[in-house]
Ligand binder design. Structure first.
Ligand code: ZN
Length: 95
């Protein structure tokens, strides 16, 4: 009799900054320590507009397919965008 071991599905994704491949569960941690992301932020902060952008408060949101969890995405949204998202969620038909 053979014993079957359940292999947890792997849902790896690519970091947009460093192009490294990471598991879904580890992406949040990676983004905090991604050297390429830190380098790009430092580069952005060199201009006054970039400095302002870096100071903008962001929400870190993880999107996942309800029935297809292999589709997922980490995004950052400026805090001011919260009102727009809430309006869409409360009344999807209103424009
Ligand atoms: Zn990275």
């Amino acid at each position: 009799m053979t014993e079957q071991t359940k292999v947890k599905p792997s849902y790896a994704g690519i970091c947009k900054f460093c192009r490294g491949e990471f598991e879904k569960a580890k992406m949040s941690q990676h983004l905090k320590h991604c050297k390429e992301r830190a380098r790009m932020e430092a580069e952005t902060a060199k201009s006054p507009e970039g400095k302002q952008f870096i100071r903008t408060k962001l929400f870190h949101i993880v999107l996942e397919g309800k029935y297809n969890p292999q589709y997922w995405m980490h995004i950052e949204v400026p805090a001011e965008a919260q009102l727009i998202l809430r309006k869409v969620a409360n009344n999807p038909l209103e424009r």
